[in-house]
Ligand binder design. Structure first.
Ligand code: GSH
Length: 267
């Protein structure tokens, strides 16, 4: 049986989940490999995540890519909008990070990715500092957090969880998903490298992975409304990213948490 991540996430939304503050999910290999420029061990970055939600795993992907140690702390949906979590993030959503190396607390996935890149991607593995690439990266980050995330998220809500069915609203968000994907497909069609910026994968590509992965759940009741074959460049890009170890690890952890939660481990 295939696991519908969004279904599980939202079904379990109001269940009191056990708060497991020190659950260590970082890869030991990365822990032992990652050294900063002064050859000192970097302390694990704390990543706050609700069980299974897509947004925190954008952060996990970048941490895995850069080999930065991290501790994934799981917080139940019922605890997000109250203290002590709102002292870290007054918006009561995930992800939030706490970086013991710099003392920074930060929320909103786009801002977190930008910070991790500025602070830790010293070898420019996942980004460009050059003009105009630097600004094109920012453009795609803004497009993900203002376009892909909200439209995909609202489509998921109205298709799967809203108590009333409102066809005109469902139609609007499903159309918006097709529009957002067609923009990506059209741009990628003209990119010889197959990446959004420059000739290598950057965090501007990777930030899209987690919501791309929600499409089968979002359209499960409306398969006729989304045909990935209409978007071959998007399809190749999205499927290519899924082959990366970082992405496999993030998706694996997300599935694990959802399965554990469903099995009652976090309840
Ligand atoms: N714009 C935020 C969105 C964060 C967000 O909505 N996170 C979800 C989990 S994937 C959440 O915390 N939902 C809890 C809620 O809606 O109460 C970001 O990109 O960090």
């Amino acid at each position: 049986m295939s696991v519908s991540i969004l279904q599980w996430q939202y079904k379990l939304r109001y269940v009191a989940l056990v708060y497991t503050p020190f659950q260590k999910q970082g890869s030991q290999k990365h822990r032992s490999q990652f050294l900063d420029s002064k050859r000192k061990m970097v302390q694990p970055i704390i990543v706050w995540s609700a069980p299974g939600g897509p947004n925190p795993f954008k952060v996990v992907i970048v941490l895995e890519e850069l080999g930065i140690p991290y501790d994934l702390k799981i917080i139940g949906y019922s605890k997000l909008k109250q203290k002590p979590y709102t002292d870290l993030n007054p918006n009561g959503r995930c992800p939030t990070i706490e970086d013991p190396n710099t003392g920074l607390i930060l929320w909103e996935s786009g801002a977190i990715l930008q910070y991790l890149i500025d602070q830790y991607d010293t070898e420019e593995k996942l980004h460009y500092k050059s003009f105009p690439e630097k600004y094109h990266q920012s453009q795609w980050i803004a497009y993900q957090i203002s376009g892909q995330g909200p439209y995909f998220g609202q489509a998921a809500w109205f298709n799967m969880f809203h108590p009333e069915k409102i066809p005109s609203v469902q139609e609007r968000y499903m159309n918006e998903i097709n529009r957002v994907v067609s923009v990506l497909d059209g741009v990628l069609a003209d990119r010889a490298s197959g990446w959004l910026v420059g000739d290598k994968v950057t965090y501007a590509d990777l930030i899209f992975v987690m919501w791309n992965e929600q499409l089968p759940s979002i359209f499960s009741a409306f398969p006729e409304k989304f045909d990935i074959e209409k978007y071959p460049h998007y399809k190749k890009w999205a499927e290519g990213m899924k082959e990366r170890e970082s992405v496999k690890n993030a998706l694996g952890k997300q599935q694990e948490l959802i399965a554990e939660t469903y099995a009652g481990k976090h309840v």
